[in-house]
Design a protein around this ligand. Structure first.
Ligand code: CA
Length: 296
């Protein structure tokens, strides 16, 4: 039996339609996250929650990574972009699937060598239309995986030799051997199989002990898994059903931030989960890994 862990607190009652993609920027001590369907980039300052800001970035800002050179890079529907937070200037780094208007980018983050890796999905739930891409420092794009249904959670082991990836409808987490020099992957195998009655695996992060933390879409929780055994070790119960993603942050990287969504919930459902779409946080005495920044 997996242990129930401490309950999270609601730190920002954002009422997001589709809160996603939390990423800790240790340079500024802030958390970035997005509301994909409302085209919003959020910046949360834990020391000054009242100064939290949001910027509209269209279409469908879906993932953010801090850049080593300053500012951030992000995915919009049709490609990778750089964004200057001061001037709010958006510049295209590379187009991806720009002619497939039913697709959009989804979850993305950087590998430990500083490549930006992000996947796509069909917005009308067509199976196997998505893919997983890498943006290298020189802005060249490579495809890592094809025939993906709904590309989601990404995490690398601390040594960068293993990539974990979630294709949500399969209810599986797959591991791949990852070549940090070339950015290529091989030898995919299933390491976690989600049970049918706990929702779908969505976003994911990894802790300093190599354990995976996975958000349950439709499952009211974030759970911790051992990828070596496929067993569930514990879970954080979240007072929102559509739990989308999680990441470690805070000055000691020991606070787990959790994003949630309101989409798909009618008025009656929202009465029972008024904090749905909020940003949550819990301290569990477990540390995460430092966010990798984009090198390009
Ligand atoms: Ca997601």
């Amino acid at each position: 039996m997996a242990d129930k862990l401490q309950e999270p607190e609601l730190v920002y009652d954002a009422k997001a339609t589709l809160g996603e993609g939390p990423v800790w920027d240790h340079r500024t001590g802030c958390l970035y996250w997005v509301d994909i369907l409302e085209n919003q980039l959020h910046r949360f300052d834990p020391n000054h929650p009242d100064t939290s800001t949001r910027v509209s970035i269209k279409p469908y800002v879906s993932s953010i990574v801090p850049r080593q050179s300053g500012g951030i890079a992000l995915t919009l529907q049709d490609g990778f972009y750089a964004f200057d937070l001061e001037s709010r200037q958006l510049s295209l780094l590379a187009e991806v699937e720009a002619t497939i208007t039913d697709n959009r980018f989804n979850d993305g983050k950087c590998d430990p060598a500083g490549r930006f890796v992000a996947g796509t999905m069909s917005m009308s739930d067509q199976p196997a239309r998505g893919a997983l891409y890498t943006l290298d420092a020189d802005h060249a794009v490579k495809r890592l995986l094809s025939d993906v249904h709904l590309s989601n959670g990404l995490a690398w082991t601390e040594d960068g030799k293993t990539l974990y990836h979630i294709d949500t409808p399969t209810r599986q987490v797959k591991a791949y051997d990852y070549n940090l020099q070339s950015g290529e992957i091989q030898n995919g195998r299933v390491v976690v199989q989600f049970p049918d009655d706990q929702g779908f695996p969505d976003g994911m992060t990894i802790d300093a002990e190599g354990m995976l933390w996975i958000a349950h879409w439709g499952g009211w929780q974030v759970s911790r898994w051992n990828p070596a055994t496929g067993s569930k070790l514990g879970y954080v119960a979240v007072p929102a059903s559509q739990v989308t993603c999680c990441t470690f942050g805070g000055p000691n990287l020991d606070q787990l931030y959790i994003t949630t969504a309101r989409i798909g919930l009618d008025e009656q459902a929202l009465e029972h989960q008024p904090a749905a779409g909020g940003l949550f946080r819990v301290s569990l005495g477990i540390k995460g890994l430092q966010t990798s920044f984009y090198r390009g």
